[in-house]
Design a protein around this ligand. Sequence first.
Ligand code: FAD
Ligand code: SF4
Ligand code: SF4
Length: 479
Amino acid sequence: MAKQVMLKFTEVPRLMPEKRAADARTADFDEIYSQFAQEKANEQASRCSQCGVPFCQSHCPLHNNIPDWLKLTAEGRLQEAYELSQATNTFPEICGRICPQDRLCEGNCVIEQSGHGTVTIGSIEKYITDTAWENGWVKPITPARERTESVGIIGAGPGGLAAADMLRRAGVQVTVYDRYDRAGGLMVYGIPGFKLEKQVTERRNTQLAEGGVDLQMNVNVGVDISFSDIKAKHDSVIIATGVYKSRDLGGPGAGLNGIVRALDYLTASNKNSFGDHVPEFESGELNASGKRVVVIGGGDTAMDCVRTAIRQGATSVKCLYRRDRANMPGSQRETQNAEEEGVEFVWLAAPKGFTGEGDVSGVMVSKMRLGAPDATGRQSPEIIPDADYVEDADLVIKALGFEAEDLPTLWNEPELQVTRWGTVTAKFGTHETPMPGVYAVGDIVRGASLVVWAIRDGREAAEAILKKFDKAANAIAAE
Ligand code: FAD
Ligand code: SF4
Ligand code: SF4
């Protein structure tokens, strides 16, 4: 009888790749998890029970064929595992690093319910594609034939780039316009290197450029070129501009120096990691070095800010959140990483203003408690009377989430249909907007979301566009 390779979860315990010690990892911006060694990856993949109905797969936004690539990995057939993995995911090594797996694939792995700990799907996905890069299995994009149709994509984040990749592979002429100087969107300028090292995104940008995708950087649509000019240049247009309007905080002292927006702060840090000249970082305006830092917010952006501040050499870093740990939106894994690195969480604490003269010196804090559950069952925070205090701070970072910019006004395109939240209206599945030939994907449609959802949208929009192009070409051929 053939040797059983899989179903090893009862004998092989769950293991994550080694995590660097907190004091070592806070000394740099490198990723904190090391790579699996081959035998560990094979062993961990062999824990999968090869479910007939794989809940991991149905809860992966890309419906990755997880059980099959786990089996191929367990059997040591890594190149085939890579081929299968990349068939459904444009950037598997990126998702393997930064998807909140505990809420998606791994959070739905059935062996956890029997008390054995989930299969480490994300780490194995990362391992497979990193190995593919090392071995030269990731091939340049070489379309079988060139097509005449062209698509203009506004925004070089994961949504725009996933669409660009798929369209270019089909031979379409693709131009991506972005107002930043580097492609990657929030993958390069939002997410810090300790979660996703810069070279991981950079090598994908190089692959796209070498494959013929025209990456036009430093082009702010609505300023350097109009949306209508882009529309006139291309057969189809995809809007993939993300959401960048920061939610703000008012209250006394809100205009003091030293109160900054999370994305400004993270962008400056990420640019500095590239070795760029960043005046706001060098002047100390967007640099936590030697400062008492208070970050306001409890989501993943707040976690990235606190951990960046620690690495920049802040003297203390506190995170204020108005609910408790169980009710915070950020990933528990990232919160734990932050705590290990020396961040102090102040739960049930809401800012009501700021102290200081000219420069901020503290945050006025109201202590909160969780009240009765609302209609959704979530407990609303309410202020505890007479319990206010001041949290000392030299730098306050506001990480309260993002909203869509007002694109119809910015682009002078009143016909562009948006929802009451400012997100662009697009059809589920095809991502067509009511404006003919115009599609929209990623955060600008969903609101602040995840890289993996942007990739899915980009791929779906590319498929819909290709279908349209084929239909039009067939109609001409039939005439
Ligand atoms: P974006 O990545 O925002 O890209 C949009 C691009 O459009 C940008 O490059 C921008 O410069 C460009 N653009 C915008 N307007 C214009 C214009 N007028 N002209 C030209 N170009 C324009 N997701 C995860 O899955 N895991 C994480 O760990 C994670 N961490 C995050 C941490 C932070 C700090 C933030 C802010 C987000 C994080 N996210 C994470 C969310 C994730 O980054 C986004 O959901 C994802 O990047 C959205 O992709 P997108 O392509 O829609 O937009
Ligand atoms: Fe899990 Fe994300 Fe990979 Fe899907 S893409 S398998 S959700 S890590
Ligand atoms: Fe394997 Fe878990 Fe997916 Fe089942 S749910 S196929 S055990 S990874």
